[in-house]
Design a protein around this ligand. Structure first.
Ligand SMILES: [Zn+2]
Length: 228
């Protein structure tokens, strides 16, 4: 186990693996200014295909959606946790599951984080780099020393995110304690300030990758003068 991991083990990754999705429907978002802003938003519920016969308390999809079993959802609800919505989901297939174990497939829920801590603290290095005036596509800079939450902007929820990093689910200390106390599986926990960017390119060093070339530079350069 790496030093900075609060809870969890790398073996889980091989044991459980990421779930695939069946028949997902998306809504397309097109940008007339820059096709690189085109993106899609999922509509409808998740239908999962599990690649192994091991079913953890948590399940992650190939797109990093977070799924929990009925038991885990009830633990969260009974603890009075806030900042999430449970959406109906279902496991439609489990590869390599013996036929006589099919009735062990649990009821599951997609855990959608709704809590917010607004903008991350400037100390984290996270800031808005660009917002498209046409399609509202946004790009934020990388974090330098992990994600540092600005307590003034945190809404006090137990599950929350900061702007720019919607797939980084942040949890309050008491959620961590519950997960550790119940030894819930397939859910690694790391201190938000220990997150490291790694070798990925940093968006602030490559603004040309998402800011349309025309912007910030007049299409034709003219000189104003009193006479010709
Ligand atoms: Zn755009």
């Amino acid at each position: 186990m790496a030093d900075n991991v609060v809870y969890g083990t790398v073996e889980w990754y091989d044991k459980y693996q990421d779930a695939e999705l069946e028949k997902v429907r998306y809504e397309q978002i097109k940008c007339s200014l820059d096709p690189r802003h085109d993106r899609r938003r999922r509509i409808g519920n998740l239908r999962l295909i599990l690649p192994t016969s091991h079913i953890g308390d948590f399940i992650w999809t190939i797109y990093s959606e977070c799924i929990v079993s009925d038991r885990v959802l009830n633990l969260f609800k009974d603890s009075g946790f806030s900042g999430f919505e449970a959406r109906t989901s279902e496991i439609v297939r489990v590869r390599r599951l013996p036929k006589n174990e099919r009735d062990t497939i649990p009821r599951i829920w997609e855990l959608v984080t709704t809590g917010t801590a607004g903008d991350a603290s400037p100390e984290s290095g996270i800031r808005l780099l660009y917002r498209c005036p046409v399609c509202d596509y946004t790009r934020y800079s990388s974090f330098q020393e992990g994600i540092i939450v600005d307590a003034q902007q945190w809404d006090g929820t137990d599950f929350f995110t900061v702007k720019g990093y919607p797939s980084f689910t942040l949890i309050a200390e008491r959620v961590k304690d519950l997960i550790v106390d119940h030894r819930l599986t397939n859910c690694a926990i790391i201190k938000a300030t220990d997150l490291r960017w790694g070798k990925l390119p940093r968006p602030e060093e490559h603004p040309e990758n998402f800011i349309p070339a025309e912007e910030g530079r007049p299409k034709t350069t003219c000189q104003l003068r009193t006479s010709t």
